[in-house]
Design a protein. Structure first.
Length: 347
């Protein structure tokens, strides 16, 4: 047993200090970025905010809506090859630069991925997703996926430490998802005691990734647009959102109408009992559920939420004098705080 005494920080522990700015309007800020990937071919351009590969968020309907704003979607792994084929034939091909195919790491997952990619050759991004990216089996799967699909951009995760980011990049990943336990419907930290404060994870993992020419995706922990800005300020190349994009028309999850006429949408973690009942015939005896199920008040079209997030991000850039999102991390100074905002009238 050992103890690390360095302080590790989450989004709630800091604020961004304003700096002198020559920008006169939020309209002057450019949020689109261009990335060249370590292994996966041509450069990508867009706004690097990504819908999480959860079946209540990473839907085909969400992908179509977010692509209109230049945002990205990692579609959940439970879509069948037939569903993928239909999607691509009815508009998916036009947004192929804004979507990723997600996969698990067993043999059936590998075969299914191969079929989807073979039938839809324009698909370029692959998201290899597990809760624990530290398993040797996971690294081996990343290596074999790179060998089988050499031209694809591979996203791999989740991890929270720099040395594991480096290992995954060297194994063939282009981008590494960073985050263990910060998600709004994730209970890993409660059930296992394992995790890492998200902002410190971003800072440390970004340093490791950028040293090798790779990128990181901050996955989880964002509650408000200001948290998205802090993730980018800390060095994240992409920010993945779950709860902030849940509860919309384009989101998955059952729509529930109460007796008073109010509407809610179901939202749950992919390691929750709900998800495991849906896809794995229940929670196996050797494991525990590490996610919860909630109902979110129905929020209408996701477009309004996206505009709110992007507006907040542009405003952050004006406060620190960053004319582009790329400049934000260079212009960011975090200050540690005891409180974030005035809660006199509640959250």
């Amino acid at each position: 047993m050992r103890i690390e005494n360095d302080i590790k920080l989450g989004f709630k522990d800091v604020m961004i200090r304003p700096k002198r700015s020559t920008l006169s309007s939020r309209a002057e800020v450019t949020l689109a970025r261009k990335f060249k990937f370590l292994h996966g071919g041509d450069a990508w351009q867009g706004i690097p905010i990504m819908a999480a590969n959860m079946d209540t968020v990473g839907t085909m309907e969400m992908a179509a809506a977010l692509a209109e704003h230049q945002l990205f979607t990692a579609l959940h792994k439970h879509y069948t090859p037939a569903q993928w084929k239909t999607f691509m034939e009815t508009g998916g091909t036009a947004i192929t630069e804004q979507i990723a195919v997600s996969t698990g790491t067993n043999d059936a997952d590998a075969k299914k991925l191969a079929v989807i990619l073979a039938e839809n050759s324009t698909l370029r991004f692959v998201c290899i997703d597990v809760a624990n990216g530290y398993a040797e089996k996971f690294v081996d799967f990343v290596k074999s996926t790179r060998e089988k699909h050499p031209g694809k951009v591979i996203i791999a995760g989740n991890v929270v430490t720099g040395e594991m980011v480096e290992e995954l990049l060297l194994a063939g990943a282009d981008m590494v998802k960073v985050g263990i336990g910060p998600g709004s419907v994730c209970t890993t930290r409660v059930k296992t005691g394992v995790g890492y404060p998200q902002l410190s994870a971003i800072i440390e993992c970004a340093d490791a990734a950028h040293g090798l020419g790779g990128q990181i995706i901050s996955d989880g922990g964002c509650k408000v647009p200001g948290d998205v800005a802090k993730a980018f300020g800390g060095g994240a190349d992409f920010v993945m959102l779950g709860g902030m994009l849940a509860g919309h028309e384009e989101s998955g999850g059952q729509l529930v109408e109460k007796e008073d006429g109010s509407k809610y949408k179901q939202f749950y973690g992919m390691s929750s009992e709900t998800a495991m009942e849906k896809y794995a015939n229940g929670v196996a005896e050797y494991r525990a559920s590490e996610g919860k199920t909630i109902e979110i008040p129905f929020r209408g079209s996701v477009s309004d939420t996206v505009l709110d997030i992007l507006g907040g991000l542009r405003s952050t850039c004006t406060y620190v004098g960053a004319q582009s999102l790329k400049e934000l991390t260079k212009r960011t100074t975090f200050i540690r705080v005891q409180e974030q905002h005035n809660e006199w009238f509640g959250e």
